[in-house]
Design a protein. Structure first.
Length: 216
């Protein structure tokens, strides 16, 4: 299968060429507007882990805490006291989970490389967060459906990822220089996700999307 024939990893819709540089192709779904890198151009698991190991996020880094506040604050404002949550894709420094714990919420963490606790994926939660995670997902449609299946009625899924703007900005975008970033979400993509799964959608700033699962 050529790059141009790759189906969308979010909705399986047809794709068209969007951008190309010296390293990778970028395709855009005709249904949901997701821009993605075709699977044959993804890094190997070993190369991906080696790149993650170059990141310098730390639990005691005040700059990292300020960054995570962009997701923490709007999520915490919407949660009843005593809510339980999962930080999905927490990475090697699960600071976001620690921030929710400090605020009185019960937290679990999961990361396929750094905290591969399969039992955490067998529970249900009042909220789930994914900070700088969704752009790494090779199969976002499958992963989003799994996360929503773990979310209790009335719960929230909070996603922090830089949003796609337009083709001109994309060509110069620092986000595409990270070789582990393979999916790029537009506002229209989040609206598609909300409509497909019957969710309410709110945007908080340029890189946070809040998806609410209606109560039964």
């Amino acid at each position: 299968m050529t790059a141009a024939q790759s189906p969308c990893p979010l909705c399986a819709g047809p794709s068209r060429p969007y951008h190309r540089n010296a390293r990778r192709d970028y395709l855009q779904c005709e249904n949901c507007d997701l821009v993605f890198v075709p699977p044959h151009q993804h890094l190997s698991a070993a190369a991906e882990r080696a790149f993650y190991d170059t990141h310098e996020n730390a639990m005691d880094d005040p700059g990292y805490r300020r960054f995570l506040m962009r997701l923490f604050e709007p999520m915490a404002q919407r949660l009843p006291p005593g809510s339980s949550g999962l930080d999905f894709g927490c990475g090697p420094a699960p600071l976001l989970a620690a921030m929710f714990t400090e605020a009185g919420f019960a937290m679990r963490i999961y990361d396929p490389l750094f905290a591969p606790d399969a039992a955490a994926l067998e529970q249900t939660y009042d909220f789930i967060t994914g900070s700088e995670v969704f752009e790494h997902l090779a199969a976002p449609g499958t992963e989003i459906a799994r996360l929503l299946g773990m979310l209790r009625p009335g719960g929230w899924l909070g996603v922090m990822t830089k949003r796609l703007r337009n083709r001109e900005a994309f060509a110069q975008w620092h986000y595409i220089r990270d070789p582990t970033h393979v999916c790029f979400f537009a506002e229209a993509t989040f609206r598609f996700i909300a409509a497909r799964h019957g969710l309410e959608l709110e945007f908080s700033g340029p890189d946070v999307a809040l998806l609410h699962k209606p109560a039964a």
